[in-house]
Unconditional design. Structure first.
Length: 460
């Protein structure tokens, strides 16, 4: 049971190709299923801790995995029963169903057990399961003490995060061979509990992977405030948001943060480490600025548009967030050839790139390609994509992040990483990772100011 951080993410079709490519010599579809079944049995035996297990088997290879696992669990001395929704249909499932030495119960009449293993449907599901299957699954999961899904919970589309029917909540999902997009994309991911990978010896390669602990830039004997990373935050009509971004930028490790506002520029405001100056377009021409953050609290008036234009013209690496994403056009971004990171939430994404009609991973990759920037498509399932197709999927962070100002904190953290010299995709990943860790450290009902402060403690 391998934690999924940093692992390759494969779609159903990519997984099938990886399996085909792995089938050389004595590796066959049958031997892969045997490996999967053995790995599932080992994981379930550990989790069940001696309790009775009920394995639900479907007609395809997901069901096949279930029959092998059940037979192996029985061999290990556990109390196991098998219930099936219908007879096995695939050749491999038929072969392995014969390994199960006892009677197969009917799904509708099966009595519950403390440990429920769902091997009804996996990556082959093409439409929502029948009402009979859904009803039995709900009844048996409700009554179980521990719910384990094999590969994917029944009722989930593999690639899109969509729930095709009524899928109950699971405690553990054992991804076979590789993580699939729906293990992370919402709403599917919220039904899976802990997702762990079971290695079945299929080599996997993909341009998409799960968020991983980044290698963060560290100061050394040659460091000074400017080469640690100088970040300019362009403020606008709501300076609270840009102040939050500035604080987060410092707490994430930047050496120098310049807050460029107008009107109420007060040198005596805390935190004193933020350098506050009057905004002028010229201020962005300071050579030592390693990143410009624009958007938090910018507003959408003419001044805001002028500032955005100046930021785009400055040639500095940019983090474009909040209001700036409402003001800019995709064509402008595409014509701008500097380094940039866009951080839209769902509403800003739709405004800029249109409704997501397929899935979040594909839509974010397309947006990155169209805009020529790294796109951090925020949400409970943040997806980061680069114009070259590389993508990073982020497992759900704390739901307490759903409070005002946390987006400003993220923009600041990413700005700090960009100014420290990370390439845009790495800067975006590092910022998102820090943000999630800080949220975890803050516990419950925190406010964005706490989150910004917590960045330094989790930075490591
Ligand atoms: N192909 C391989 O080499 C391996 C596959 N493995 C397992 O195989 C699974 C995929 O197997 P399959 O492709 O057979 O797919 P599934 O076992 O998910 O089920 C697909 C079967 O159900 C039918 N079906 C789809 N939606 C249905 C619905 N709503 N109601 C009724 N029937 C429906 C399909 O026509 C097909 O017969 C993976 O999730 C994994 O568990 C593992 O054994 C590892 C190796
Ligand atoms: K399943």
């Amino acid at each position: 049971m391998i934690p999924i951080d940093g692992l390759a993410v494969l779609t159903a079709a990519e997984m099938r190709s990886a399996e085909q490519a792995a089938m050389i010599g004595d590796v066959t579809e049958a031997s892969l299923m045997d490996r999967a079944g053995a790995a599932i049995a080992q994981a379930v035996a550990r989790l069940a801790a001696g309790r009775e297990v009920l394995v639900l088997c479907g007609p395809g290879n997901n069901g096949g995995d279930g029959y092998i696992a059940a037979a192996e669990l029985k061999r290990r001395g556990l109390a196991v029963r098998v219930a099936a929704s219908e007879a096995p249909r695939s050749d491999d499932a038929r072969r392995v169903a014969a390994f199960w030495p006892d009677a197969v119960e009917s799904l509708e009449r099966a009595e519950p057990a403390p440990v429920l293993v769902d091997a009804i449907f996996g990556t082959g599901l093409s439409r929502s399961p029948s009402a009979v299957v859904e009803h039995a699954l709900a009844r048996l999961t409700d009554a179980a003490w521990l719910r384990i899904a094999v590969d994917l919970p029944t009722g989930i589309a593999t690639d899109t995060g969509k729930v095709l029917g009524k899928t109950p909540r699971f405690d553990v999902t054992l991804a076979l061979g590789a993580v699939k997009p729906s293990h992370v994309l919402q709403p599917a991911a919220s039904l899976m509990g802990q997702v762990r990978l079971l290695d079945i010896g299929v080599p996997t390669k993909s341009s998409a992977r799960i968020l991983a602990r980044p290698i963060l830039p560290q100061p050394d004997a040659t460091s000074h405030k400017y080469n640690r990373g100088m970040v300019a935050i362009v403020a606008g009509s709501m300076s609270g948001a840009s102040e939050l971004a500035a604080l987060a930028t410092l707490r994430a490790g930047a050496g120098y943060v310049l807050h460029l506002a107008s009107g109420d520029v007060s040198a005596s405001a805390a935190p004193h480490a933020i350098v506050r100056r009057n905004y002028t377009a010229d201020a962005l021409n300071e050579d030592r600025i390693g990143a410009v953050v624009i958007g938090p609290g910018l507003g959408r008036n003419d001044d805001a548009s002028d500032r955005l234009e100046a930021a785009l013209a400055s040639g500095r690496p940019l983090v474009i967030d909040g209001d700036a994403l409402r003001l800019v056009a995709v064509e402008t971004l595409a014509a701008h050839d500097g380094r940039k990171i866009l951080t839209p939430h769902g509403g800003e994404f739709t405004h800029l790139f249109g409704e997501v009609t397929d899935d979040k991973l594909s839509a974010t990759r397309r947006a990155a390609q169209q805009s020529g920037g790294v796109v951090v498509h925020k949400g409970a399932d943040t997806v980061i994509a680069a114009p070259d197709g590389r993508a990073i999927l982020c497992p759900e962070a704390s739901p307490w992040l759903s409070t005002a100002g946390t987006g400003d904190v993220l923009a600041g953290a990413i700005g700090a990483m960009l100014a420290a010299g990370l390439e845009p995709l790495a800067a975006a990943e590092a910022g998102v990772w820090l943000h999630a860790q800080a949220a975890r450290a803050c516990g419950k009902a925190f406010i964005a100011d706490d989150l910004a402060d917590a960045l330094s403690a989790v930075r490591g």
